[in-house]
Ligand binder design. Structure first.
Ligand code: B12
Length: 463
């Protein structure tokens, strides 16, 4: 029997070079859970095309919100061709009934403890509509067979996940609803085994917060130190409160961390219940983390209710002043299942229900203190200013300890800017049609030639 496991892309017209796409973990893990009698083929549409007539018995689709429409398209096409289709991932977990309109079966939550049952039921012709085993144990070692393939990508980085669940409860995030509030751990001995089995040298820990449980994190860092690997991951700024933890992370091969800084507004930081919520303390934290040789990548969000258009130059100024090497510029996104979604929906602020736009970088709602267009354009303006070649080179002088990361990440962000600016006219005319003929998106609009102050006041405020 043959299983086809697919990760659809967000936009089939825009695929990124294979080497810069971070490899999938979920589908490889599911392949690892699959009994040996099945043949498994994994396809990531971001890097390869999908043949709808591919020989297989059952199709498994994995999706987040932004690629859910594409997943549903494939589900329908495969069903037309007589295949059974099972779907799983973040979006079907939140909206299983929506997913069932297009598929035969939905796995809600994690695949561990469920996937074998799905296959057994399929084999016996009694596939159920929904499968759900909340918060399964992560004790069992799952051998991931396709490491060799995944290693060819993103500078040979190998993805690993050590924990699930998140104790924080951010309004805009769905992770606590999906994986629970209690952190569950993979036994450290299994993480070590996974790292050794993978034969890799460079790893990415996909955990939402690799230091979420400091006791586990310290034990993990001690256990991987002898492996002499290099790794990157995501962490909360509270790392700074525990010097031993930073030392252990650095000694175990931590080269860089991605920090969800989110906002520089004190009110907003407090609202998000961030444990380090004083901007002066954040500045010190950045310095301290960098002093341990850890590359600092910041992730910020625009569009909170107290953000005005001033947030764009303020954020740029903050990042430059604090010598932040690289940053992801996101737009607040009301993902289904979050409190933010419920609130914006109740207040009638959502401007589209097309999930493909729910991607962290598109204004899909009316912000309180600016227009959706201003939010969209303001993000692009910051991205442009921060990733101009002259700005990247200027910052390089402060990051001579990690020149390759600095250049690779920033040039990647520059490419992202180029893609976004190319797509902007189409996006803007779909989502933000103007009432007055203020800007002809197709012919007049070029952010690269306009300064922020030139275009923001020009926009029709009623739009
Ligand atoms: C790594 C990661 C990425 C990687 C993905 C790498 C890849 N090729 O898959 C990259 C960086 C590319 C990425 C991109 C994006 N990401 Co992302 N990402 C994550 C992260 C940190 C971990 C995901 C992961 O791999 N986990 C490990 C695996 C093992 O877990 P899993 O994927 O959940 O899979 C389990 C179950 O869901 C289930 N399952 C999943 N699929 C299937 C399929 C079947 C058939 C079955 C049976 C079961 C099943 O079984 C698995 C094992 O238990 C999560 C945060 C999180 N905690 O989930 C965010 C997260 C999933 N991403 C998110 C977002 C928003 C994005 C982007 C839109 C961001 C952007 N600006 O572009 C894009 C969208 C990409 C797309 N294709 O549409 C959001 C999703 C919110 C939502 N409702 O959609 C999350 C939850 C982050 C957050 N806190 O908001 N992401």
């Amino acid at each position: 029997m043959k299983i086809l496991l697919i990760s659809p892309c967000k936009d089939p017209d825009y695929k990124r070079p294979k080497c810069i796409m971070m490899p999938q973990l979920a589908l490889h893990l599911i392949a690892g859970l699959t009994p040996p009698e099945y043949d498994v083929k994994i396809i990531e549409e971001e890097i390869e095309d999908i043949n709808l007539d591919e020989e297989c018995d059952i199709v498994g689709l994995s999706c987040m919100t932004s690629n859910a429409p594409r997943a549903y398209y494939f589900a329908q096409e495969f069903k037309k061709r007589g295949k059974k289709v099972v779907i799983g991932g973040v979006h079907p977990t939140i909206l299983p009934d929506e997913a069932l309109q297009y598929t035969d079966s939905v796995v809600i939550g994690e695949a561990e403890g469920v996937w074998e049952q799905v296959l057994e039921d399929f084999k016996n012709g009694r596939l159920q509509k929904k499968y759900h085993k909340p918060y399964p144990s992560l004790e069992k070692y799952v051998h991931i067979k396709h490491r060799r393939d995944t290693k060819k990508r993103l500078f040979n980085v190998v993805p690993v996940m050590t924990t699930r669940g998140c104790p924080y409860n951010c309004d805009f995030c769905c992770v606590h609803d999906i994986f629970g509030r209690k952190i569950r751990h993979t036994p450290i001995v299994n993480v070590v085994r996974d790292i050794i089995d993978s034969d890799g040298r460079f790893f990415i820990f996909l955990d939402d917060n690799i230091i979420g449980d400091p006791i586990y994190a310290k034990a993990l860092f001690r256990a991987i130190t002898p492996l002499k690997i290099k790794w990157i991951g995501q962490a909360s700024i509270s790392l700074v409160k525990d010097t031993e933890l930073i030392q252990l992370a650095s000694k175990s091969g931590c080269e860089g961390l991605f920090f969800g800084l989110e906002s520089i507004s004190k009110v907003q930081l407090k609202k998000m219940r961030k444990s380090v919520n004083d901007i002066e303390k954040i500045k010190e934290a950045i310095k301290k983390i960098k002093s341990f040789g850890i590359y600092f990548h910041a992730s910020v969000i625009f569009g909170f209710d107290n953000d005005t258009v001033d947030i764009f130059p303020e954020m740029l100024n903050f990042l430059e002043k604090n010598r932040i090497s690289s940053a992801s510029f996101n737009i607040l996104t009301p993902y289904p299942g979050t409190r933010t979604y419920r609130l914006f929906n109740e207040e009638g602020r959502l401007i589209t229900d097309d999930w493909k736009y729910y991607n962290h970088t598109t204004a899909v709602y009316k912000p309180k203190n600016m227009t959706p267009f201003e939010l969209q354009a303001g993000r692009l303006w910051v991205l442009n200013e921060f990733t101009k070649i002259s700005a990247i080179m200027k910052r390089l002088t402060f990051h001579i300890d990690h020149p390759l990361y600095h250049l690779a990440v920033n040039l990647g962000c520059r490419q992202r800017y180029r893609d976004d600016i190319r797509n902007f006219p189409k996006l803007a005319s779909n989502l933000f049609p103007l009432k007055g003929n203020v800007i002809d998106y197709k012919n007049d609009f070029s952010l690269s030639t306009l300064r922020f102050t030139d275009f923001i006041p020009n926009v029709d405020k009623n739009n």
